[in-house]
Design a protein around this ligand. Structure first.
Ligand code: ACM
Length: 549
């Protein structure tokens, strides 16, 4: 019920390049503050006067109620509003009627000026809210923006505004290592929800590691029977001399659970990229199938962090195994990309292996680096035959990049720059800025982490497109991703603490126009998001700048 008289004060045009975002709505009956606190900052925000009030008579109306995906989005929007405001509103089965009052309209528009398949327009006036977009995913992002207005201090009061928005980069990713510590499906879904809330669109699921193999493979049951469990974990930093915690750890996702997660993500416009590590970081697989190694063994699922010497031996049986595994992976994950790792591969075993040396001779390779390149190229050829593309960490540049590979640049920007020079696509994930396993405050006052220092402002200042690239090369930078390696993250609470709010800073890096980024504005907008995270039960670190003491 609109019983309160609404007055607006301080309407400020927030077009590209202007950052003042505070906006006050004064209610005639009680003062309340709401605001344009959207993260990531939309491309263009133009405040209008007045407000829309979601109440019991509000409906969601669709441009075409027989469009199933639009109907799904209507229902998603209704649930979102119920969660935020506590009001259940119906989705009308009648096509939207002109300018009928008190409706939230979701409309697919045949806009000829499509700059991005993810663009949307959100218009709020006193009578209605309209989200329009050329594609369904744009409507989803319009709903995410609307959600942020709904969870403001005055739930249900949406200040009138016109927003034109689209992302800067097509690839906006978050990674999660479930190999070092296993996290349940319920948490993976929560993580995906949070990724989607902040308009990120890719979940990179790091499924295999030295310390645990986490994906059921029907043809090789020992991968999870043996490879998914370790007898204990190194205690804190006691590597040498080694002290274990004596606590067994493990778990894996069944193929049904994987399908469930992929579907859940798809419904939130998030692509899941699986990572199956090779030829290194494969100790758990070697423990399950020792014949894949270059040495006799025995090999056990690792209980210790770091880079391990035992890697896949490049004999034909190993390629058959990997191709069988990838066949099941391809069947489970519809994503264009399959990530094959490729990082941190010590070559000692290959150096000492007659099998490996024989391949080097047979193929006329210069050394073990080129043997790794040969390995990755064979896997790429297999993926391409199956209509998929290979992505790998920047070590896949060494010894020569596979012809169509995309590079994930993690040891700084250099790998990405080199790949772009060579005309390859690149995702920037440098450990200088977007490793969310790094400390985010003074080490003495933070829980144990792997090292590094990437506080919130450093993440916010990250620029994914390095200077010096030509325009053509810069177009190969598809976007960026935050990486979450979980050696020291034993609980979901701790994962959340390390990810939030750094992921929000990254969301703005990858979505908002470069020129619009402004640290003070971001901090100002962050406060209400911490309230939202509290409300939905997400743990986070309060940045120093927003602490009371
Ligand atoms: C990595 O951090 N080893 C990709």
């Amino acid at each position: 019920m609109r019983t309160c008289h609404l007055r607006t004060r301080g309407a400020i045009s927030v077009a590209l390049g202007l950052f003042v975002v505070a906006f006050t709505v004064t209610l005639g009956c009680e003062p309340a503050v709401t605001g344009y606190h959207v993260i990531p900052l939309p491309r263009q925000v133009t405040p209008r006067s007045g407000s829309f009030w979601v109440d019991q008579s509000t409906i969601i109306a669709l441009s075409n109620p027989s469009d199933e995906e639009l109907l799904y989005l209507g229902q998603y929007g209704a649930r979102m509003i119920a969660d935020a405001v506590g009001i259940q509103i119906p989705v009308s089965s009648e096509p939207v009627t002109g300018d009928g009052p008190n409706q939230i309209v979701l409309a697919l528009s045949s806009d000829s000026a499509v700059s991005s398949p993810e663009q949307y327009t959100l218009i709020v006036d006193e009578r209605s809210v309209t989200i329009s977009a050329p594609y369904h995913r744009g409507i989803f992002y319009g709903l995410q923006t609307l959600r942020q207005f709904l969870s403001a201090e005055s739930p249900g009061v949406i200040p009138a505004v016109e927003i034109q928005d689209r992302p800067r980069f097509p690839y906006r990713g978050m990674h999660l290592d479930v190999g070092r510590h296993f996290f349940p499906v319920s948490f993976v879904k929560k993580y995906i929800d949070l990724i989607a809330m902040y308009k990120m669109n890719t979940f990179h699921w790091h499924l295999t590691e030295d310390q645990g193999w986490r994906i059921e493979i029907k043809k090789y049951p020992r991968l999870t029977q043996i490879g998914a469990y370790r007898k204990e974990t190194v205690f804190e930093r006691n590597f040498d001399p080694y002290i274990g915690d004596g606590i067994p750890h493990g778990g894996f996702y069944t193929q049904d659970e994987i399908r469930e997660v992929v579907k859940y993500a798809h419904q939130r416009y998030v692509t899941v990229i699986p990572e199956i590590e090779m030829p290194g970081h494969s100790t758990a697989a070697l423990a399950a199938y020792p014949q894949l190694a270059c040495t006799e063994g025995p090999i056990e699922v690792s209980t210790n962090w770091g880079v391990h010497d035992d890697i896949y031996c490049p004999r034909e049986g190993t390629f058959t195994f990997i191709q069988d595994v990838l066949t099941e992976v391809i069947d489970l994950f519809p994503s264009q990309y399959i990530h094959i790792g490729g990082d941190e591969v010590p070559k000692d075993r290959w150096h000492d292996s007659e099998v490996a040396q024989e391949i080097i001779r047979r193929e006329g390779l210069a050394d073990e680096q080129e043997l790794q390149s040969y390995f990755i190229r064979r896997i790429e050829a297999f993926l391409l035959q199956h209509g998929r593309r290979l992505i790998g960490w920047d070590e896949i540049l060494e010894g020569g990049l596979a012809p169509e590979a995309t590079v994930m640049s993690w040891r700084g920007l250099e790998g990405g720059i080199e790949a772009a020079h060579q005309g390859h696509d690149v995702i920037m994930t440098p450990n200088s800025h977007v490793y969310f396993d790094h400390y985010q405050g003074e080490q003495e006052s933070e829980p144990l982490a792997i090292g590094g220092y990437s506080p919130l402002d450093k993440v916010y200042q990250f620029e994914p497109v390095p200077e010096g690239l030509t325009d053509e090369e810069a177009r190969h930078v598809l976007g960026a991703q935050g990486n979450v390696w979980t050696e020291y993250m034993r609980t979901t609470d701790y994962v959340e603490y390390m990810v939030f709010p750094r992921m929000l800073a990254l969301s703005e890096v990858v979505w908002s126009p470069k020129e619009a980024r402004n640290w003070d504005s971001f901090l100002q907008r962050l406060g209400p998001h911490m309230e939202t995270l509290d409300r939905i039960g997400v743990n986070y670190r309060v940045p120093e700048e927003l602490r009371d003491d």
